[in-house]
Design a binder for this molecule. Structure first.
Ligand code: BDR
Ligand code: CA
Length: 309
């Protein structure tokens, strides 16, 4: 087998971020080398605490570097408590902080880890893109040391989820997203075009719990809150497998249908956070996922839990 894909997960855990974490840990084709945290679903303090909780659950000393606490150009953001719960994991009660954050900030950690492993690190960003924009500002050469960037974010041919026009991660820091899309590195965009087509139901989470009563049970427990949110917005077929799909795309790009498009972001007005194509832009094309082998990805996600207790 080929060497596993080394990834840094840039994350705002978050219910589907927790699912993505277990995907990254359990998948034999992925080596999770570190996590960087970001505001988004929760505050960055809660995101960092939750990242340590996840690492602790699998008994791994994974470096966790604390990231930005607010968007680049705005002083305020509102955590998505109605989607992920006040503490990020639905109704699951928080536990005290376990672990000490890495001495480097998230952006510095991204720059440093890519520089020390040139051409080897995939940054898988599943929250707002602020840490990635700060890493680019800190050292523009990261575009040459990173292998590629895979993001969960954006909506290409479909509507948004946090607004009619925008997907939540891009909406929460459109300025950062614009800087990330303008940089000369390979970006794979795993947006709502694919993630909203992969729906997980109560029965799927029951299967995950049956396969893995401990870790899978933890996911099944928090999924109740998530499924309830989806029902509250009239989605009755299950919850979208957003962040795990991005992790899976890091190692199994062949399961996705991809087109190249130059992407920019709306920064003002009621369409803020909208990702749109600019065919004549002077930027590197983004590899935009527009289709996915739904059943293959979903089965892979569920069966990854077989490695856990
Ligand atoms: C994205 O927004 C967050 O709520 C999820 O964790 C995911 O990263 C989906 O739009
Ligand atoms: Ca997320």
């Amino acid at each position: 087998m080929m060497d596993p894909v080394k990834i840094i997960l840039d994350t705002d855990p978050g219910i589907d971020d927790a699912m993505a974490f277990f995907q990254a840990i359990g998948d034999p084709k992925i080596d999770l080398v570190g996590m960087t945290t970001i505001f988004g679903n929760v505050t960055v303090d809660i995101a960092t605490r939750n990242a340590f909780r996840l690492a602790n659950m699998v008994g791994r000393e994974i470096p966790v570097a604390r990231g930005a606490e607010q968007p680049l150009d705005w002083k305020e953001f509102s955590p998505s408590s109605h989607v992920h719960g006040d503490e990020g994991f639905g109704d699951i009660a928080p536990i005290p902080v376990i672990g000490t954050a890495h001495e480097l900030s998230a952006d510095a950690y991204l720059v440093d880890t890519c520089a020390k492993n040139p051409g080897e690190i995939t940054i898988c960003a599943i929250g707002p893109l602020t840490n990635l924009a700060l890493a680019l500002r800190r050292d523009p050469n990261i575009v040459n040391t990173v292998k590629r960037v895979v993001i969960m974010g954006g909506a290409f041919r479909v509507n948004g989820n946090i607004s009619e026009h925008a997907e939540a991660n891009i909406h929460n820091d459109p300025h950062a997203a614009a800087e990330v899309f303008a940089a000369d590195w390979e970006i794979v965009m795993v947006g709502l075009d694919v993630t909203d087509t992969i729906l997980c139901t109560e029965a799927d989470f029951a299967e995950i719990k049956q396969i893995s009563p401990n870790k899978g049970g933890f996911i099944e427990d928090m999924s109740k809150f998530y499924l309830e949110f989806y029902r509250s917005v009239d989605v009755h077929g299950g919850c979208s497998l957003h962040d795990p799909a991005a992790v899976i795309a890091c190692a199994y790009p062949e399961w996705f249908e991809i087109v190249d498009a130059k992407i920019d972001v709306v920064l003002t007005g009621d369409k803020w956070g909208n990702t749109f194509e600019v065919p004549n832009a002077n930027t590197t094309p983004v590899r935009v996922c527009v289709g996915v082998q739904i059943d293959t990805v979903k089965r892979h996600f569920i069966e990854t839990f077989k490695v856990f207790d």
